[in-house]
Design a protein around this ligand. Structure first.
Ligand SMILES: [Zn+2]
Ligand SMILES: [Zn+2]
Length: 238
């Protein structure tokens, strides 16, 4: 009986420990995805970002723009932007080393490393034609949201967790983009036929739309909780 109680106690402790590990790993990933979103928004698309801004805007957004959003192989100018993202990661990991227990620190380090690699890898796969990840619906959905970013550069800055864009007010749905493109095309067609003028291309809408109603229950709850705090950090895109 005593042995059974001890074993049961050990199991409870193990379960609590595993849950704690899972919590640390999930928090580390969300911290990483928030950092990626903020870096992309405030350094990749602001002159303040310096070299990171130039690399991102003058190469990535030039080579993948309009309807040309994929290539046989990922196009890279050899100037590695990954190092910019590594700076805050190293800072967080360093703080973890100072303040976390060794096993918690190892979990945080492993989760952040995996998350970091996942962001870099998935971001590249978005632009690879016939990527092996294309068989997964979650990938295709995120890929389409990223392509919206390449057509309207003031929205969808996340790579994996787009609820950060919803919180920041920079989320734009694929549906909204298609509707804008079709209405723009209809307007161009009408203008061409009536006035004989040349058709105009789809003009980017500078104002990202509000989040759609297809967001998951989890992200809806998250956004609802965080919405009152949004004015504290929200800055409209120029
Ligand atoms: Zn961008
Ligand atoms: Zn891209």
């Amino acid at each position: 009986m005593l042995t059974k109680d001890v074993l049961f106690g050990v199991n409870i402790l193990s379960l609590a420990g595993l849950l704690l590990y899972a919590l640390i790993a999930i928090s580390a990933h969300f911290l990483m995805s928030l950092g990626q979103t903020l870096f992309h928004l405030y350094l990749g698309h602001r002159r303040f970002g310096g070299r990171f801004f130039r690399n991102h805007m003058q190469f990535h957004h030039v080579h993948y723009s309009g309807n040309h959003v994929v290539s046989a192989h990922y196009l890279d100018n050899g100037d590695n932007n990954t190092l910019f993202f590594l700076t805050p990661v190293a800072l967080v990991v360093g703080l973890g080393y100072c303040f976390l227990r060794l096993d918690f620190f190892m979990v945080q380090l492993a989760a952040m490393s995996l998350s970091f690699y996942g962001h870099v890898y998935i971001d590249k796969q978005f632009h690879v034609a016939e990527s092996w990840l294309g068989r997964f619906s979650w990938f295709r959905r995120k890929q389409q949201l990223h392509f919206v970013h390449h057509r309207h550069a003031n929205c969808n800055f996340a790579v994996i967790d787009y609820f950060w864009d919803q919180l920041l007010g920079t989320y734009r749905t694929v549906t909204a983009t298609r509707q804008a493109a079709s209405s723009s095309a209809a307007t161009s067609s009408a203008a061409t036929s009536s006035a004989g003028q040349s058709a105009t291309r789809d003009a980017p809408n500078p104002h990202p739309t509000k989040p759609n109603h297809s967001r998951s229950l989890c992200s809806s709850a998250f956004v609802a909780i965080a919405r009152p705090w949004r004015p504290l950090w929200r800055r409209r895109s120029a």
